[in-house]
Design a protein around this ligand. Structure first.
Ligand code: FAD
Length: 388
């Protein structure tokens, strides 16, 4: 069995739905179909790492379900169905349930998938989680239950730090384990990372930084013993892996599109190496940049909707800093694209400003913590655009 739509979008994350919404807002009336491996719920992913502090159950995080999305977008939504294959010559998609979908134009918004650096033994699968969509969040929420739990968060990047702060605020006992010696090492120079680490420690979050996880073993009482590379060990009820994300490029790559580890390569009009196919969001590397944040994907959705509606429009990314949701110590960061010549760091305690400079003393990035986050607007104005 097969069906046809003028435009098919693979993915119902903020990129796929954002594009569909932008197109309809522009008055575009073509037939539209969205396919998603997940539930097709319309939700804001950044809220996933704020739900425990607010005691929000997963159902409160979805703005609308797939059926409501069909009505608001005047589109068909196929949920819980993975696209297994893309045939660019016949403009068709093969779904894993055996159906075929034909398109005139295709947009890939397949996002990024959690990268887990170790094999999880079957006996531990019910204790180890990644959270990258609402379905994952539901599973984690259910496993965590309503009692305070001991949670080991593996990874101290944005996702690991936000969940550590949020789970702690939700009453759980949190330990962060990561090979980095300071939290948020890709966003913050060491002194600011240390300030965040101090804020976590002061609040009672335990840190095992500069450490890697060697082994995990299930105990008779269903808890898990984690052993680190220095032979230290700790017990946890549940493990959250926040060990990075990799663009989901497999579908595009198998179809022969130009991809790299940074994502599906697209030009500033979001066009892939195939003229009928565009890509945006976490999966897309736009003219060499894959930011993996909301603002770039929103700008991409706007630009691509305008292009699809007939006015070719290149996308532009401004100097948009990342706002890290760690209320224990607020963090704003606009990391430089290339390693800076030097970081100029001022401030004390938790209130710090770091300015990344190039060889000529020009500001090419910045990082702010505590009370200094109020300098966000001023420094963003002085910083070069992400994609000018
Ligand atoms: P995704 O949301 O990953 O969507 C991908 C879609 O593709 C899914 O529907 C999936 O099911 C579907 N899909 C994939 N492969 C297939 C297939 N083969 N067949 C069918 N469907 C498929 N950014 C910010 O700017 N600010 C924040 O505060 C912030 N907080 C965050 C907090 C957390 C916990 C996380 C994980 C991320 C956060 N981000 C934040 C990043 C931001 O959420 C992402 O950049 C954004 O949501 C990516 O959207 P997307 O649509 O590109 O990808």
């Amino acid at each position: 069995p097969s069906s046809h739509a003028e435009l098919i979008i693979v993915g119902t994350g903020m990129a796929g739905i954002g594009l569909a919404r932008a197109l309809r807002r522009q008055g575009d009336t073509r037939s539209l179909l969205l396919v998603s491996a997940d539930s097709g719920d319309d939700y804001s992913k950044p809220l996933l790492s704020t739900g425990f502090a607010k005691r929000l159950p997963p159902e409160r995080l979805a703005q609308r379900n797939a059926a409501e999305l069909e009505t608001t977008l005047n589109a068909r939504v196929i949920a819980h169905t993975r696209v297994g294959q893309l045939d660019v010559d016949n403009r068709s998609l093969r779904l894993e349930d055996g159906h075929t979908l034909d398109y005139d134009r295709l947009v890939l918004a397949t996002g990024a998938k959690p990268h887990v650096p170790m094999a999880i033994p079957d006996s531990l699968k019910a204790r180890c989680f990644t959270i990258n969509d609402l379905d994952d969040y539901r599973r984690f929420h259910r496993a965590l239950g309503s009692m305070p739990a001991r949670v080991a968060v593996i990874g101290a990047g944005l996702v690991g730090c936000e969940f550590a702060n949020d789970l702690h605020a939700g009453g759980h006992a949190v330990t962060v384990i990561a090979p980095d010696t300071t939290p948020l090492s890709r966003l913050l120079p060491d002194p600011l990372g240390r300030a965040l680490g101090e804020a976590f420690l002061d609040a009672g979050i335990r840190l095992a930084l500069g450490r890697t996880l060697n082994t995990m073993a299930l105990n008779d009482d269903d808890s898990v013993t984690l052993t680190l590379d220095n032979e230290d060990s700790l017990n946890a009820d549940i493990i959250l892996m926040a060990t990075g994300l990799a663009p989901r490029t497999a579908l595009a790559e198998a179809a022969g599109l130009d991809v790299s580890t940074s994502g599906i390569q697209v030009d500033r009009q979001l066009r892939t190496s195939h003229p009928d196919i565009d890509a945006l969001g976490d999966v897309a590397c736009v003219d060499g940049v894959n930011a993996m944040y909301v603002q770039p994907l929103q700008a991409s959705a706007q630009a691509l909707a305008t292009t699809l509606a007939g006015t070719p429009t290149p996308v532009r990314f401004g100097a948009w800093p990342v706002i890290v949701k760690t209320p224990l110590l607020p963090v704003v960061a606009y990391p430089p694209l290339n390693p800076p010549e030097r970081w100029r760091i001022e401030g004390e305690g938790g209130d710090m400003t770091a300015i990344a400079e190039d060889r000529d003393g020009r500001l090419i990035g910045f990082a702010l913590t505590g009370g200094c986050v109020r300098r966000k607007v001023e420094l963003s104005r002085a910083a070069p655009a992400l994609l000018g």
